[in-house]
Ligand binder design. Structure first.
Ligand code: HH2
Length: 285
C-alpha cells in the first residue's frame, strides 16, 4: 500500500500547506446563486472577494472557490459561465491573500483558466474522471482533491446503493489516487475525499464517517466536507443549513481525531477553534 508522505509541509511552485499542527481548514467560497447553504450570498464579485479575504484572516489554509452548485438535483453550469463567475474572484483574491486558492470544478477548461488566474490547487468532485484534468494537474504540479460520488448531482440522491459503502468508496479512491500517481502527481499532493452527501443516504454518510480512520490509513491524506450538510440536519432537526454549525463542529472534531488532514467548511472562524483544540487533544499515533 502506498505510504503517505511523511513530510508535514507540502510545497509546490505556487503554494504551501503546513500539516505540522495536524488538520487544516479549507474555507468554502461559493460564487453561485443557488448553493445549498449560502447560495446568492457571495455571487457578487466584490462580496466574494471580501468573504475570501475574511476567511483567510480567520485562519483558513486554503480558499476553495466554486462557480457551480453540486447540491442534489442541481443543473450543470457551462465552462464559460463558470469562468465568468470565478476568474475575477480568483484574480482579486490573489492580489490580497497568500493562502492557496483551490478551484472546485471537474471541467478542465475552467481549471486551466483558474490556474492561469492564480489558483494553485484543483478540487475535482469526479476524482479526475477526465484524463486531461490529471494531465493538467501533473503539468502544473498542483495538488488535487479526488472525491467520490455515486451518479451525478442531478440524480445522485434518487436511490444511492452500495453492498459495502466503506470498502467500495475506499477502493475507488485508492484506485483513482494510484492512477493520479501514474500521471506523475506526487503522493503528497493527492487528497482523497469520501464525498459526504454525494450519492449517499444518511446511513452511508454515517458509515463513512465512523470509518474515516480506514481512509486515513490508506496511504494518502484525507479531506472531508461535512459542513452544514443535510445529514446533520437529519440528526439534529435543524432545517436551515446555517443552524447546523454545532453539528458540523462535532463531525469536524471527530474527523480531526481520526487523522483527517483538511476539513472543508463554511464557518471558518468557528471551525478554526474546533480544529485547534482537536489537533491538541488528538492522540498521536
Ligand atoms: N461538497 C460540496 C462541494 N464541493 N468538494 C469536496 N472535495 N468535498 C465535498 O464534500 C464537497 C465539495 C458541497 O458543498 P457546497 O459547496 O457548500 O454546496 P454547493 O455544491 O451547493 O455549492
Amino acid at each position: 500500500m502506498a505510504k503517505v508522505s511523511a513530510k508535514n509541509v507540502v510545497e509546490w511552485p505556487r503554494g504551501r500547506l503546513d500539516f505540522s499542527a495536524g488538520c487544516v481548514v479549507m474555507g468554502v467560497l461559493n460564487v453561485t446563486p443557488d448553493s445549498f447553504s449560502d447560495g446568492g450570498q457571495f455571487f457578487d464579485t466584490d462580496k466574494a472577494i471580501e468573504h475570501g479575504v475574511q476567511m483567510a484572516a480567520e485562519g483558513a489554509a486554503i480558499i476553495d472557490v466554486g462557480a457551480e452548485s453540486t447540491r442534489p438535483s442541481s443543473a450543470p453550469v457551462s465552462a464559460e459561465g463558470q469562468i465568468k463567475r470565478v476568474i475575477p474572484v480568483i484574480r482579486g483574491l490573489r492580489e490580497k491573500i497568500d493562502v492557496p486558492i483551490s478551484i472546485d470544478t471537474y471541467n478542465v477548461e475552467v481549471a486551466l483558466a483558474a490556474l492561469e488566474a492564480g489558483a494553485s490547487m484543483i478540487n475535482d468532485i469526479t476524482a479526475l474522471s477526465d484524463e486531461q484534468m490529471a494531465e493538467l494537474a501533473a503539468e502544473q504540479q498542483v495538488p488535487v482533491v479526488l472525491m467520490h460520488m455515486q451518479g451525478t448531482p442531478a440524480t445522485m440522491q434518487a436511490e444511492p446503493k452500495y453492498d459495502d459503502v466503506v470498502t467500495e468508496v475506499l477502493d475507488f479512491l485508492v484506485s483513482r489516487a494510484k492512477r493520479a500517481e501514474q500521471f506523475s502527481i506526487d503522493n503528497s499532493k493527492i487528497f482523497i475525499d469520501p464525498g459526504i452527501g454525494f450519492g449517499k443516504t444518511l446511513e452511508h454518510n454515517l458509515s463513512l464517517l465512523r470509518n474515516i480512520d480506514k481512509f486515513v490509513a490508506a496511504g494518502y491524506r484525507v479531506l472531508v466536507g461535512t459542513s452544514r450538510k443535510s445529514f446533520i440536519g437529519k440528526l439534529t432537526g435543524k432545517e436551515k443549513p446555517s443552524d447546523r454549525i454545532f453539528g458540523t463542529a462535532a463531525s469536524v472534531a471527530l474527523c480531526v481525531a481520526a487523522g483527517v488532514s483538511i476539513v472543508r467548511v463554511h464557518d471558518v472562524a468557528e471551525m478554526i477553534d474546533v480544529v485547534k483544540v482537536a489537533n491538541k487533544l488528538k492522540i498521536q499515533s
